[in-house]
Design a protein around this ligand. Structure first.
Ligand code: FAD
Length: 475
């Protein structure tokens, strides 16, 4: 049949994994095409994920902080919220970044074919061209012949089948649209995405219930970190309902009526103006006809890869959310680089010692490497160094000393194997722990590294000193 485009490397999907892979591929001299159905590059992360959520979280964190200035003798009036302007701000942030990516693609001569792609066979993808900012199909099709392909088609929110189709029932994408500020809001799912959106909406004025099936929020984080977050936020939410499952929902005149089941479930159904479903994400593996190319997709929609990000088909790679947990942008980016380099014949491997996780809530909760819970369940002997921010001059000056920095060292080698930080800017601070883990730093390396005073970053050095038994004086 007719072929509209040919390339060495076809990247399917332009999220953090896809654009990173495509740019690296082009930089290595390979003729590269990206297929993306959305109008902009950047995928979930830039358009409806990491970036818009952080634009809103920054705004609401400032609003919250301003309120605390009263005890410093500075008072402000009640905030006046111009929702259109806030939305425009968020969109301008996205626009700067997606515009930047478009420029980077152009500079590298990476061609972008806009549409929904699926495999025809091991060397051809058919693209149903799309238009508008959504996914309207134009009815036109183009065929691309490729030598190698990198699948980066990402994931999408898990749906709860019992929830009615109604504009008042949204996923994270809908919540980020910020159509209005609901009076009563239910967040189903107490993971990072749900808690971040709950933080934004509560500061904007919503009264929020959180329903979580498990017996704790922020799964994956050590409980001591989560507890600090929970205590600090005790007044923020109406109800945090653990071991509670939303089980039924009905559209009523005055809202969405939700019934619950479980140990702490409210007996009577409750009415909400907005219901956010944040119960996880499912990979898009089943939607790209991968089997036509000989690529195996498991029953959940994940594609399995080796440490060069190679699928069972040797010329096809896969990266990002579609290859498994953790579904995080920074993981996708690094995998994208490995896949492009491997496609170019380089001996690159994905061999991360750690992949950090961050909840950009208030306070932030960040962790990297092994958690204490993992050490315990895997029988790893460890030593812990903990520095409470109540002893940090900077945290006290900031009026935010509720947090702590915890480092986890292998008991024998004294090398760092993990760490967790809860407090303002924890997400920025965890980067040093990530580097230390990758470098195999030990308590002495970290404790004797001179950190600037007075900073929150100092807490990392001091936690290492605490572990090595040399923590004598506190700032
Ligand atoms: P995606 O970003 O999912 O991109 C896949 C792309 O492929 C999409 O643009 C899609 O349109 C396109 N596509 C799919 N199928 C086709 C097809 N057949 N044809 C053409 N195009 C196709 N991660 C973090 O690290 N930090 C955060 O702070 C963070 N915050 C988040 C907040 C929210 C609300 C959400 C939802 C996610 C957040 N994440 C965060 C997760 C992060 O967004 C993902 O891990 C990341 O985007 C995954 O990148 P990816 O390249 O695998 O795929």
């Amino acid at each position: 049949g007719k072929v509209d485009h040919e390339c060495e490397v076809l990247v399917l999907g332009a999220g953090p994994g896809g654009y990173s892979a495509a740019f690296r591929s082009a930089d290595l001299g390979m003729d590269t095409i990206i297929v993306e159905r959305f109008a902009t590059l950047g995928g979930v992360c830039l358009n409806v994920g990491c970036i818009p959520s952080k634009a809103l979280l920054h705004t609401t964190a400032v609003m919250d902080e301003v309120k605390t200035m009263a005890k410093h003798g500075i008072t402000f009036g009640a905030p006046k919220i111009e929702l259109d302007q806030l939305r425009a701000y968020k969109d301008s942030v996205i626009g700067k970044l997606t515009g930047g990516l478009a420029g980077m693609a152009k500079a590298r001569k990476v061609k972008v074919v806009r549409g929904l792609g699926h495999f025809l066979d091991a060397n051809h993808v058919e693209v149903q061209l799309t238009s508008g900012d959504g996914q309207e199909l134009t009815g036109q099709k183009e065929i691309i012949r490729f030598q190698k392909s990198i699948i980066a088609a990402g994931s999408q929110p898990v749906k709860l089948p019992f929830l009615p189709a109604d504009p008042r029932v949204v996923d994270s994408t809908g919540a980020l649209l910020l159509k209005s500020i609901p009076k009563r809001m239910l967040v189903i799912g107490g993971g990072i995405i749900g808690l971040e959106m709950a933080t934004v909406y509560s500061t904007l004025g919503s009264s929020i219930d959180i329903a979580e099936m498990m017996d704790g929020l922020m799964a994956g984080a050590d409980r001591d970190l989560e507890k600090v977050w929970e205590k600090f936020n005790s007044g923020r939410f109406e109800n945090i309902m653990l071991k509670t499952r939303a089980s039924k929902a009905e559209v009523k005149a005055d809202g969405i009526q939700v019934s619950f089941e479980g140990e702490n479930a409210p007996k009577e159904p409750k009415i909400y103006d907005l219901v956010l479903v944040a119960v996880g994400r499912t990979p898009n593996g089943k939607k790209i006809n991968a089997s036509a190319a000989g690529v195996a997709v498991d029953e959940r929609g994940f594609i399995h890869v080796d440490n060069q990000m190679r699928t069972n088909a040797p010329h096809i790679f896969a990266i990002g959310d579609i290859v498994g947990q953790p579904m995080l942008a920074h993981k996708a980016v690094h995998e994208g680089h490995v896949a492009a380099e491997a496609a170019a014949g380089q001996k690159s491997y994905f061999d991360a010692k750690q992949i950090p996780s961050v909840a950009y809530t208030d306070p932030e909760v960040a962790w990297a490497g092994l958690t204490e819970e993992q050490c315990k369940s895997q029988g790893i002997a460890y030593e812990k160094g903990l520095f409470p921010w109540a002893a940090s001059g900077r945290a006290i000056a900031n009026g935010r000393d509720e947090g702590f920095t915890k480092l986890i060292f292998d008991a024998t080698s004294k090398r760092i194997i993990g760490g967790g930080i809860v407090g303002t800017h924890a997400g920025d601070l965890i980067g040093e722990v990530c580097l230390a883990i990758e470098m195999g730093a030990d308590t002495i390396d970290m404790g004797k590294t001179i950190h600037p005073h007075p900073t929150l970053g100092e807490s990392v050095g001091l936690a290492a000193e605490a572990a090595s038994g040399h923590c004598t004086d506190l700032p």
